[in-house]
Structures are given as structure tokens and as C-alpha cells.
Write a protein that binds this ligand. Structure first.
Ligand code: UDP
Ligand code: MG
Length: 320
């Protein structure tokens, strides 16, 4: 694999897009050749069962700007993006879909914002060309929710057309189907994020790979994102905090019952409060232990990979 630095890497996950690829390539070429920057186009073939890989291979063989990455099977759009980030040599990395729904002509606008100093420029499909009830409406609700929960306000998390400064893209870690949360996940890195309206076209060839069920998955992922954003380095705070409340209520209830038994001589064996107190006590202990285990896992995570819980922008020092 080539290790040369370029100004710009375009990362494109591809899953069964054979009709779209040649058109996309031509459009991209036209825009990129006019930029006056060095660039590479990385197509990541995510286990396509049609002729997509054949087309990518042909492009890579004839054009030195093109890099083709071929997955063994279909791993999903997030994994494909991640592979693209790993391979990318560009100072700026731009992601987009292969289905011609994003428009390469928006690329210069994204770059302008990066040059202004932003770390992530996210596309906003202001005039979205997808079905309203099954796609656009659920996505509006999801975007509102994600913005509220993460504190990173975007109208359109789902738009794939985004530009990242490379050190941000390469420092993000995410799994599953988390690529849409990248601007939020970049918050702990101190990334400056901005959103700009971009064009959106209806899908002409091939089928969309997602349906309504994605909205529910997105909401589930949001819990994890919230946790990762606020507590990844201090999980004991979440588990231990609630655990302490449970423990305290449990102890007070059991003390009250003990008092009834020994001070007032009452029978407490058949009181529902006894079960209540015991449950609270045990749950409290369980939660606190879970928190401590989570703390240990966090340490393993950071220390085994030599990760630091902070990211330094620069260090200045007088040479001696
Ligand atoms: N994609 C992929 N792997 C998958 C599903 C999708 O690489 O498992 C790619 C797909 O080829 C396209 C992009 O991800 O380039 C977005 O997919 P799609 O257009 O189906 O999503 P939508 O625009 O409908 O949200
Ligand atoms: Mg699409």
C-alpha cells in the first residue's frame, strides 16, 4: 500500500452499486481535478454481490488516484468507513455515499469550512429526496433527540457527506452502526463541528440498504453514545451513584425492621417491607460492584492500547 501524503482522501463505502460507480467516478474526477489539490479516492467494497468490485478494480488499475479496498464479506457501512479512514493518507478525509445521492460538487464548500478552522464539516440534506413517512420524518425525530442528548446540535446526523480533519477521523473509535454519531463522538476530542446545507438527489439506480428499523437501532445506540460521552472515564459515577441510593434506602429499611423486631418485639417475617429492603440492599451492592468492574475495564482499555484520556493539540517549548 502507498504511504504518500495527499491533501484529500475521499472515502466511499460501496455495497452493490455497480450502476452508480462509473457515473460517480466521472463526477468526482471533474470536481477533484479542478481543486488544484493532491487527492485519492478510496472505494471500500463492503462484500458486494454484484459487479461493483470488478469496476473498482478496473478504476484502480487505470487511475493512480484510486485505491480499492475489498472486504471478505458485508460488514456494514460503519466498518467500511472505518477501513477507509485506516487506509487514508489525506490531511482531510471526506466521506460520501456511492449511490449518487450526495453530490461531489459540494466538496469545495466542505473544504472551505475546514480551511476556516473547523475539524468536522457535516452535510445537511436540507431538501431531502427520500420518502417522507418512512425515512425523512423518523430521521428528523432522531436528529432532534441525538442533538438534545449529546449536546452537539445538527439537523442531519445521517448525511454521509462529511469532511474530517484526518487526526480527528483517525482518533475516533466506534463499532456497530455508529458512523452517524461521529460528530458527537468527536466531542471529547475537542472537535469544532459545523453543518452546511448540501444537495441531495433521489436514488436512481440500486436499492437503499436500510429501512425504518434503523430508527430504533439509532435510538439504542444513542444510550451508548451518551454513556461514552459523559462517563467513559468515570463509569463508577453512573453505577455507583444509583447504587448508593439503592443501598441507602435498603439499609434504612432494614434498620427500621430490625428496630421493630428488637425494640418493639414485632414479627417482621411476613412484611413486604423485608423483601423490599433486601432487594434494595442487594441491588445497591450489585450496582456499585458493576461500577468498580467498569472502572477496571476502562483502565484496561486505555492502558492496553496506550491511549490517553485526553488529546493534545500542540506543545510549545523553548529549544535549549
Ligand atoms: N453501504 C455499505 N454497506 C452496507 C450498506 C450500505 O457500504 O451494508 C453503502 C451503500 O453502498 C451506500 C451507502 O453505504 O454507498 C449508503 O447506503 P444507502 O444509500 O443504502 O443508505 P440511504 O442513503 O438509503 O440512507
Ligand atoms: Mg443513499
Amino acid at each position: 500500500m502507498k504511504q504518500k501524503k495527499v491533501d484529500l482522501s475521499i472515502v466511499i463505502p460501496v455495497y452493490n452499486e455497480e450502476e452508480n460507480l462509473p457515473i460517480l467516478y466521472e463526477k468526482l474526477k471533474k470536481v477533484l481535478d479542478n481543486l488544484g489539490k493532491s487527492y485519492e479516492i478510496i472505494f471500500v467494497n463492503d462484500g458486494s454481490t454484484d459487479g461493483s468490485w470488478k469496476i473498482i478494480k478496473e478504476l484502480a488499475e487505470k487511475d493512480p488516484h484510486v485505491i480499492g479496498v475489498n472486504f471478505r464479506r458485508n460488514y456494514g457501512q460503519t466498518a467500511a468507513m472505518s477501513a477507509g479512514f485506516d487506509v487514508a493518507n489525506g490531511e482531510v478525509i471526506i466521506t460520501m455515499d456511492a449511490d449518487l445521492q450526495n453530490d461531489p460538487e459540494d466538496i469545495p464548500k466542505l473544504l472551505e469550512k475546514i480551511e476556516e478552522g473547523y475539524d468536522i464539516v457535516s452535510g445537511w440534506r436540507k431538501d431531502r429526496k427520500d420518502a417522507f413517512i418512512s425515512r425523512t420524518l423518523p430521521s428528523r425525530i432522531a436528529n432532534w433527540l441525538i442533538s438534545k442528548v449529546t449536546g452537539v446540535n445538527l439537523h442531519d446526523y445521517g448525511c454521509s457527506l462529511k469532511a474530517y480533519r484526518s487526526e480527528i477521523a483517525k482518533n475516533l473509535d466506534y463499532y456497530g452502526e455508529m458512523h452517524r454519531f461521529l460528530p458527537a463522538l468527536a466531542k471529547p476530542l475537542g472537535a469544532k463541528v459545523i453543518e452546511i446545507p448540501v444537495k441531495h438527489h433521489p436514488r436512481l439506480y440500486g436499492k437503499s440498504k436500510y429501512g425504518i428499523s434503523r430508527t430504533f437501532k439509532v435510538i439504542l445506540d444513542l444510550f451508548l453514545v451518551k454513556f461514552l460521552l459523559d462517563y467513559r472515564t468515570k463509569p463508577l459515577r453512573v453505577f455507583g451513584g444509583t447504587g448508593l441510593i439503592f443501598l441507602l434506602v435498603g439499609i434504612l429499611t432494614l434498620l427500621y425492621l430490625t428496630c421493630l423486631k428488637f425494640c418493639a418485639g414485632q414479627d417482621i417475617g411476613d412484611r413486604p417491607l423485608l423483601i423490599f429492603g433486601t432487594l434494595f440492599f442487594l441491588t445497591g451492592i450489585q450496582l456499585i460492584s458493576t461500577g468498580i468492574i467498569a472502572e477496571l475495564i476502562t483502565r484496561t482499555y486505555y492502558e492496553s492500547q496506550n491511549k490517553r484520556p485526553y488529546v493534545i493539540k500542540e506543545i510549545v517549548e523553548k529549544e535549549s
